[in-house]
Ligand binder design. Structure first.
Ligand SMILES: [Zn+2]
Length: 458
């Protein structure tokens, strides 16, 4: 145990977090989280840790709240936020009807700046402290996003969208110009503070061979960037890619042959992969952003998350707003569970919670820095109000009712059925109101205003 010196501060509350390389979460019903200079200095039981703290360390006590790592949104589009909840279309029509016009609006620089600020504030309000984000095709849209995230010191990865065909002229940028702009953005933002850059071709449908080739070259020139794109979301899209790239084995091969499929690639969706594509993606060490809310909303299909897990593929949860209808990481967990149910494949609440935190960090190659509360990691975390709504409070009171315990232990097959039941109820009934506070690098960046109800200890 190191000797602790101020300026340190600590929070006392129930704490839950996954640890790298551990299957189940760690849980402290009455824990202490010690913060030093934006990092986790220590974590443990209050009874053990508190006596070792110097008297002058400030301890804030939140007896009703639950501390969890900040959530990770592994795939989201900030320019689409105004078109969230657009009715009645599947992917290709939805893009034409709603999304390209929305993204064209980001040619207005002031509009892009305002929207980026709003988006970042909404992420934090929903408890998301890291996201992998599509900007739009205008360079300034990416500049606006990075500036807004930098102002909050968020660990955020984003990129200018590359598209040079198959969409209205207003949102197309010729391949050479876009590659040059992306290169300038990488030099300006990648590694600045906590920001990272993702080379971001929208999808194979809207990029020429030349553009994909330039994107691949850019990634080999800046190999610690990510590659972020869509793969195999919708059957019509898959058929269109087959038409557009007749010389390629399959959709995944289009990216692979252009140097865009490796361990730093994150593919959103992967709903309709062939056996060969599953194999190739696993072999390449690429990650998947599972976007269940979006897949249900656009009627795209049901992702096989068990298969990904069996194959050792890293999977994070993405909201995919605006095709997803909520930024809430609780909604993403709920939708992931629903997709599993439709496949006859129960998703355990621990697995859902892991995908929304550490799993997302793994997908983005950031699990050594974020995604859990191990000492030394960056102090991105949230305080969850388990009694944020009357219904949630009533539902969670049942966790304390021990007459349920035997059934729950069997249901969840876990050392901590109460915790599993709590996390499950949070995911099913959860929304933005449950995030009482959000901290980024140990700094309070969001505090909910509404009053709290009381619950027995977890
Ligand atoms: Zn998307």
């Amino acid at each position: 145990m190191p000797s602790f010196r101020p300026p340190l501060w600590a929070l006392r509350a129930a704490i839950v977090s996954f640890w790298r390389d551990e299957a189940a979460p760690r849980f402290w019903p009455d824990g202490i989280l010690l913060i030093d200079n934006g990092h986790v200095a220590a974590i443990g039981d209050h009874s053990e840790l508190a006596p070792k703290l110097p008297a002058e360390v400030r301890v804030e006590h939140f007896p009703d709240l639950l501390i969890a790592p900040g959530f990770v949104d592994a795939h989201v589009h900030f320019p689409q936020i105004d078109r969230i909840g657009a009715h009645g279309a599947q992917l290709l029509d939805w893009l034409e009807r709603y999304i390209y016009p929305a993204e064209a609006r980001l040619s207005d620089g002031d509009f892009a700046k305002d929207l980026a600020k709003f988006f970042v504030a909404e992420l934090l309000r929903h408890g998301i402290t890291t996201a992998l984000v599509f900007a739009a095709s205008q360079k300034q849209s990416a500049d606006s996003l990075f500036a807004a995230a930098r102002a909050k010191d968020m660990r955020l990865i984003g990129g200018q969208v590359l598209m040079d065909r198959g969409a209205p002229d207003e949102v197309l940028v010729p391949a050479e110009i876009a590659a040059e702009q992306s290169s300038a953005l990488i030099r300006k933002w990648h590694g600045k503070g906590r920001l990272g850059y993702a080379i971001t071709p929208r999808f194979a449908v809207t990029s020429s061979d030349r553009q994909l080739e330039l994107a691949g070259k850019l990634h080999s020139r800046f190999p610690d960037t990510l590659v972020h794109t869509h793969l195999s979301e919708n059957p019509r899209e898959v058929a269109l890619v087959r038409e557009l790239f007749p010389d390629h084995r399959d959709y995944f091969d289009v990216y692979a042959r252009h140097g865009l499929a490796g361990p730093r690639s994150v593919f959103a969706h992967c709903v309709h992969l062939s056996d060969g594509e599953w194999r190739d993606l696993a072999k390449a060490g690429s990650a998947i952003a599972f976007c269940p809310g979006s897949n249900l909303f656009l009627g795209s299909g049901l992702f096989d998350h068990s298969r990904a897990r069996r194959m050792g593929i890293r999977v994070g949860l993405g909201s995919d707003v605006g095709a997803g209808d909520s930024l809430s990481p609780f909604a993403a967990q709920k939708d992931a569970y629903r997709v599993g149910q439709m496949r006859g494949d129960n998703l355990h609440p621990f697995d859902a919670f892991r995908m929304a935190t550490l799993g997302g960090a793994e997908a983005l190659g950031l699990d050594h820095l974020i995604g859990g509360l191990e000492p030394g990691k960056e102090a991105d975390f949230v305080l969850i109000d388990r009694a944020a709504t009357p219904l949630l409070a009533r539902r969670l009171r049942s966790v304390a009712d021990k007459s349920w315990s035997a059934d729950l232990a069997d249901t969840f097959k876990s050392w901590s059925a109460d915790l599993a039941d709590t996390l499950f109820a949070l995911s099913i009934l959860g929304e933005d109101r449950m995030i009482a506070r959000t901290y980024v690098a140990g700094r309070l960046v969001h505090r909910r205003a509404s009053p709290r109800r009381r619950l027995p200890p977890l």
